[in-house]
Design a protein around this ligand. Sequence first.
Ligand SMILES: [Zn+2]
Length: 149
Amino acid sequence: MINIIKPTGQEKELALFRGNDSFGSGSYKAPRGTRNGKPRYHNGMDYLAPVGSAVFCIKAGMVTKIGLPYSEGSLRYVQVTDDNGYKLRYFYVQPTVKVGDKLEADSFIGIAQNLDLKYEGMSKYNHIHFEIMDFTSRYVNPAFYIKDK
Ligand SMILES: [Zn+2]
């Protein structure tokens, strides 16, 4: 469990790991079918987050990108690069920060967005996706990184 989400008024029930559900799995490296004959995997971890939940970064760094997870639509991600060049990426977050902002650990970075905008019927499993890339843009298991934050 990480201190990444604080649903309003429910500070104790933080960051519930999404785990397996009927839409697939929120675990790191869970299988995600194939593309062009190659197996695909889930490259991060998902945390249940009711729409409007406050989202906080787990580590200090600088905002280096406000990205689009898909080519269209209103969903966004916030990328924070730490001192080691690791990119900590928080998906489906309406940002309250901008590129160039320097953040402390536990800084407020945005609000959990509504995944029904992309996946109909998802509201029960509304979540943020959290992933980490190292400085060579290889995915890292967030669970290991979180332990020694
Ligand atoms: Zn995910």
